[in-house]
Write a protein that binds this ligand. Structure first.
Ligand SMILES: Cc1cc2nc3c(=O)[nH]c(=O)nc-3n(C[C@H](O)[C@H](O)[C@H](O)COP(=O)(O)O)c2cc1C
Length: 257
């Protein structure tokens, strides 16, 4: 595999869930977010915002709202990455237009802008020796998060992110074989089952699922011989989660038609 400092940094990523209590200088957070601002953006609309939470009290509240995840309260900074069409609403108002926010595409444009900026911030943070962990559980209780962060209409938190100084080296999880992700000219599933089984064995061998199994919704079709990536993934995606999300997003003003 090719190697250079950027590729090596990306390949060394592991989510950090154990942080030292040390704070992060304000300028460092500003540098991370201003670097993220260089991310590509749909039509350069920059339809996202990020709320940086440093208050221990607010982080504790966020931890409670996001599935009681200890690392949210412990990391010195929590970043809430938001799809944001509110700024563009103001732009339209100033310019004498009416923004169309009725369609799913508008939400998707803003959500994609938010998450790709988040990932650039993640890399910038990691390049400075910080660790990060995405927090999708910010969508567990979105209405309460919206209240807590005082998000106006047309702003919705798509993902959270803990940021802090790692207490140790994070585990680097193996990924699916490249051929499972990269298709040439057209989507191609030949050899898929063998690739999935090989990855399942590799992930199981890491031991990361020991004591961290996801409970199955209902009865498992056939108790698995090994609990590996396939069983883990299947148990996750066979559960309906955050089923009220659409209602909260629409009540924030995104049409989703
Ligand atoms: C959008 C998104 C949401 C996530 N939400 C959570 C979360 O709520 N809590 C958590 O501990 N990890 C969360 N993660 C981290 C993933 O579990 C992690 O990225 C994945 O297991 C791969 O591990 P790695 O990041 O260490 O390579 C999330 C990751 C993404 C991309």
């Amino acid at each position: 595999m090719l190697s250079n400092p950027v590729i090596d940094l990306i390949a060394a990523h592991g989510s950090v869930r154990d942080y030292r209590p040390d704070s992060i200088p304000l300028e460092t957070i500003q540098a991370v977010v201003s670097t993220a601002q260089h991310t590509s953006s749909s039509s350069n609309l920059q339809a996202y915002s990020v709320v940086a939470v440093t208050s221990a009290e607010k982080r504790a509240r966020l931890a409670a709202l996001c599935g009681n995840q200890r690392h949210i309260a412990e990391a010195p900074v929590f970043l809430a990455w938001c799809a944001d069409l509110a700024r563009l609403d103001r732009v339209c108002q100033i310019q004498g237009y009416q923004q169309v926010t009725d369609y799913f595409e508008s939400f998707l444009v803003a959500a994609v802008d938010a998450v790709i900026a988040a990932q650039t911030a993640a890399l910038a943070a990691e390049s400075l020796g910080l660790g990060i962990c995405y927090i999708g559980s910010i969508r567990n209780h979105p209405a309460e998060v919206i209240d807590l962060l005082e998000l106006p209409p047309l702003v919705f938190p798509v993902t959270g992110m803990t940021v802090g100084w790692p207490a140790g080296r994070p585990f680097i999880r193996p990924r699916l074989p490249l051929d499972e992700i990269l298709h040439w000219e057209a989507y191609d599933t030949r050899g898929q089952d063998e690739r999935l089984r090989g990855y399942d064995r590799a992930m199981n061998a890491t031991g990361i699922y020991r004591g961290r199994q996801v409970a199955a919704a209902g009865a498992t079709p056939q108790p698995p011989e090994v609990y590996g990536w396939m069983e883990h993934a299947a148990r996750r995606v066979s559960q309906a989660i955050r089923i009220g999300l659409k209602g909260v997003i629409t009540s924030q003003g995104f049409g989703l038609k």
